[in-house]
Design a protein around this ligand. Structure first.
Ligand SMILES: NC(=O)c1ccc[n+]([C@@H]2O[C@H](COP(=O)([O-])OP(=O)(O)OC[C@H]3O[C@@H](n4cnc5c(N)ncnc54)[C@H](O)[C@@H]3O)[C@@H](O)[C@H]2O)c1
Length: 339
């Protein structure tokens, strides 16, 4: 049976997860990292060829179908566009980019080259998220009135040490690296954001990161729903909560847990969300935990789209929308540092 061939750009923490799922869904041919040891290590572990520049990879490998872009946020646009121009489909890690214009250029490159561009949004596959999405789509909750998104994680000094994380240029901001999956769900559930007011500050990471470690935002959606976001990486010692509460005409629902993985509360007119399947565990990086590990489902959908013409679960347009909402929040935000 025909199997799809993959390459990975960026051989860091998340690349290992990609390599694992690629092996279940196709064949990994090559990996690339500017740090030679990292490329060599992943190549040795997966029995593939190592490259040390993206240009070399794209020039020399001729049988790739899909490039998985796992490099730092600020390089996603460049690496995706180069891969699309080389004729390959692209699966881009989150956030799709850290600039709205870059997202547009990525989408245009995909269209120009008649290739698909997938943006990773794996929280959509969390069982309670899927259940609530269905309620919203079917109109069971009625009109959505207001929402509260809480993102209370911990990222300590070690996390940012000697890393692109925390830099304006390659990371972009706490909403991009830690909480873009959460922002994606706002668009997925409630649609586009019209107006934002926000305050941000760097309380506990002075000299470690170029931007805020905490923020609060008030949102008005085009649907007339209103919402607040309270986010921080200062939860003491460990991740505490990632939750979304929805107040609607016919019900109140709270998706909670550390990473939107549990249905914490439901009170819905004439309806009860039944027991949900247990979801995957969080991505565990040793020192810290990330979002729910749903890359298996991301790859299943990718292969289904490319081989069977199925519908894409996480389109680049929606990737752009996440970046646009984050950009609106940062553009509106008043940095209160020094006050
Ligand atoms: N979906 C998720 O749950 C999830 C989880 C973790 C990370 N991510 C995303 O994945 C991306 C990578 O994160 P990470 O934690 O693996 O970071 P990492 O630092 O562990 O890995 C990034 C790798 O990219 C390499 N790199 C840098 N510049 C490069 C270039 N020009 N060409 C090739 N390689 C280059 C670095 O040397 C490094 O090995 C980020 O965008 C991050 O936001 C997503």
């Amino acid at each position: 049976m025909y199997h799809m061939n993959f390459a990975i750009i960026g051989c860091g923490r998340i690349a290992a997860r990609h390599a694992e799922h690629i092996q279940h869904n196709g064949k990994l041919l090559a990996v690339c990292d500017i740090v030679k040891e990292k490329a060599d290590q992943l190549a040795a572990a997966t029995g593939t060829k190592a490259y040390y520049t993206v240009d070399d990879l794209l020039k020399q490998e001729k049988n790739i179908d899909v490039v998985a872009v796992c490099s730092p946020n600020g390089l996603h646009a460049e690496h995706s566009i180069k891969s699309l121009n080389a004729g390959y489909h692209v699966l881009c890690e989150k956030p799709m980019a850290i600039d709205v214009i870059d997202c547009g250029e990525m989408i245009k490159a995909a269209e120009r080259n008649n290739r698909r561009l997938f943006a990773i949004k794996q929280n959509r596959f969390n069982p309670p998220v899927a259940a609530v999405k269905e309620l919203i789509e079917k109109g069971t909750l009625g009109k959505i009135y207001s929402i509260q998104l809480s993102c209370f994680w911990n990222r300590n000094a070690d996390y940012y040490l000697n890393s692109w994380k925390g830099t304006k240029e390659l990371d972009g901001g706490t909403l991009y690296t830690q909480f873009s999956h959460f922002i994606d769900l706002l668009y997925y559930f409630f649609g586009d954001v019209k107006t934002v007011k926000a305050f941000v500050n760097n309380y506990a990471h002075q000299g470690m990161i170029d931007f805020e470690d905490s923020g609060v935002a008030i949102l008005e959606f085009y649907s007339k729903a209103i919402g607040t976001i309270n986010y921080t990486v200062n939860a003491y010692q460990k991740n505490m909560e990632g939750s979304l509460t929805i107040f609607a005409e016919n019900g109140t629902v709270k998706i909670g847990g550390q990473y939107l993985n549990e249905l914490e509360y439901q009170s819905i007119k004439d309806f009860v969300i039944p027991d949900l399947p247990v979801g995957n565990k969080a991505n565990n990086y040793g020192q810290y935990q990330g979002s729910m590990s749903n890359h298996d489902k991301v790859y299943e959908n990718l292969v289904d789209v490319l081989k069977n013409g199925s519908a894409i679960n996480t389109s680049a347009f929606e990737g752009l929308k996440t970046v646009e909402i984050i950009d609106k929040i940062y553009s509106a935000a008043q940095f209160i540092s020094g006050k």
